[in-house]
Structure formats: structure tokens, C-alpha cells
Design a protein around this ligand. Sequence first.
Ligand code: PLP
Length: 430
Amino acid sequence: MNKSDIQAQAIARAQQFVPRGVSSGHRVGWTQVFDRTAGSYVWDMEGNRYIDYLNAWGPIVLGHCDERVSEAVSRAIRTCDVTGVGPQLYEADVAEIVCGAMPSADKVAFCSSGTDATMHAAHIARAATGRRKLLKFHGSYHGWNDQLAVGSSRVDFSPDAPLNTPNGAGLHPGSVADVVVVEWNDHAGLKAAFAEFGPELAAAFSEPYVHSYGCVPAEPGFLELLRDLCTAEGTILVFDEVKTGFRAALGGYQSVIGVTPDLTAFGKAIANGFSVAGIAGIESLMGHLGAYDGKKATLDGTYNASPYGMAASLATLRVLGDDETIPHLYAMGERLRAGLREAIAAAGVPACVAGLGSEYVVYFREQLPKNFKEAMDVDGDLFARYHAGLLSRGVLEPSFPTGDRRMNAAVTAEDIDYTIEAATASLAEL
Ligand code: PLP
């Protein structure tokens, strides 16, 4: 078989048996199929190597196939697999680390995905308050549960669509009706939403630093306003730290900004690629998880806190808690952002760079966006050509303009400098 046919054939075979050929939306449309990963690199089936700035959309934080994690998981597999009875192997150890690091965490419960985590957070908030409505921010993605899969569709985005447009077909219309969507960084809009719906709001969901459409921080005072409004109205503040948790800081971004939510949904980076997620919260709220008495919210799951996931989490968190790993991620992120800014200035291209620690984005627009609508308003053609230029030079990034990029801790200064060269050359071609 011709070398370049190998990947096309692999994709065609997948399409024969899997709708779209993939089991998650953003995997569509690539001509590469990756079958080997190590450290900061991935290789496609033709043997081409890429520096990975996708990192599976967040989980790979230490590096691909990290030996310390792989060893811990294989030890767990040989010791005790999932039993479905009582605490699972290493469950309390992981929970103890999260409780020690995360300001909002008196107790932690585990599940398997970020979608599970935000769904359970909504259930706890409704059980605790007896209210139905949820508030969220336009463009922020919280997974696919019916409660929250509203107002963050990228594909069908149109500036005139109502903010609470469902993200896809098949979502329960009643759920949409119970979600109040506010523009990110809109102080007046947030106050108005609380003035209108405050006593009905069970919870307000927020990424403390938005990665759903790149990298968009809260303006000064915005999260503090949200915290104050929630406290005043008895609304549960939920931070979705599925992307920021353990990557921006071991204790989540909340530990950096000093605004403490009542509940936190986390996932991704906790387990360096194994499917672990969870909900952390203050004691009084986590007490609303309970038995089947109709008064408590329930959290059940065959694979919740599986020993493989817990072993991976324990190994990952121990490394992330050392003195070097997260500072290295921040240093590499800063180095890359500085180099990209220089390259953009040299090329005279209308683009700007944003980011936090290991996360970054290049927006093809003059000014940094402050909300979803602005972030979507970029030059898609320039982006597509830039992306193709990077890919042809062995740099892998998300394939849509608002996709946040990130490095893992195996990345070296040489990788970063090579990436800046690749970006410089790709920008010069635009
Ligand atoms: N919340 C945020 C902020 C996310 O970025 C994601 C996934 O990208 C989710 C929730 C859903 O997580 P999962 O894909 O693990 O269901």
C-alpha cells in the first residue's frame, strides 16, 4: 500500500463502522491518523512527527504515555481492579490531595467525564435550593448533559441567534427554558439577570477563565460580582474547572484568583489522559449527595473512582504538586506567547495572542476578544492558512480559530523555539 493511502484507508474503515468515523466532534475533518505518542510528540501513520499543542483537549498535562502514570496504572491493574463495593483503591488518597489543594473542596466525589461532573453539580444545586433555573455564560461549554448544553454552539453560531440556543438536536426543550444565558464580562447583563431571575436560580455556572472559545479572562471585578450576587440570592456558584483544574494550578484557577465557588466541576488534567472527573464542594452542599430517599441528589456510576483512574490521578497530582512541573508549564507558555507576539508583529498580520500558563490562542483579529461574539469574529481564512502552515511544519494545533491550544510538561525550550520558527514562517506566507 502506498504510504499516503494508509491514513485514508484507516479513516475510510472507521467511517464504515463509526458514524462520522469518530466518536467526538472535533476529531472530524483531519487527514492524519495518529498511532504513536510520547512526551510532547505525536506521530501519524506515515511516521511524521508533530509537537502536540492539542493534548487531547486538555488531559495530557505531564506528557504523552508518561512512565510514572503508566507504571502506577499497571500496578493498580495487577493489584485490584474495580470492585463496586466500598471505597475504591486510592480513592481517598486522591480526594485528600484535591481537598488539600482546592479552596472550595471540603469533600470530593468522582465520576468519569466533565459532562458527568457538571450534570451532578446541577443536580446537587437543585437538590440543595429546591429551585430549577441555571445561569451560564454565552459560549461556555460545560459538556453535553441536557441541563447545560445550551448557548455554546460553535458550528451553528450566528450573531442573531438567541443566547440560549440548544447546542444540538435532541436536547430536552424544557432544559433550555430553564437556562438563563448571559454574555461573558457583561456586568450590567449579569446584574439584570439576577434582578429578574435571582430567587429562581439554583446555580450559576462559570469557567473562572474561559477556554471554551480560546483564552478569555474575566475582567477585573466580574467574578467577584458573580460571587456576590450568588451569595445575596442563595444561588450556588459552580466553577467549571474541567480545563483549568490542576493545569492552571494544583488547586485550580480559583486558588490563583481568590474567588471561591461553592462547587467545582473538574476532570481532564487530573489523570493525564485517563477518564477521571469529579465534583468538589463545601461540606454542606456535598451532603446533598445521598441515598435514594427522593430528597438527596444521587451520584452513581460503575466506573466512578475506578482504581486505574485513581492510580493515574494519584501519580499525576503528585508530579503536578512538585516545585517544577507547573512553573515549567508557565515558563514554556510565556516563552511561546512572547515569540508568537514578535512573529505576528514582524509579519504585520492582524492577530493577537492570549493565554494563561500552558494554555494559549492566536486570534486573527486586531484586539483581544472579551466575550464569545467577539472571539467568533476572526479572520477564518487567515487562520486556516496559518494552521495548514503549522501542520506542514510538524506543529499540531486545534483546527478551528477559537480552539485553545496547550502544551504538556514534556515540552522543551527547543520545541518551543522550533514552534516559534514554524509560526514565523507560516505567518510570513499569509
Ligand atoms: N467543561 C469544560 C469547560 C470543558 O472544556 C469540557 C470539555 O472540553 C467539559 C466540561 C466536558 O468534559 P468531558 O469532555 O470530559 O465530558
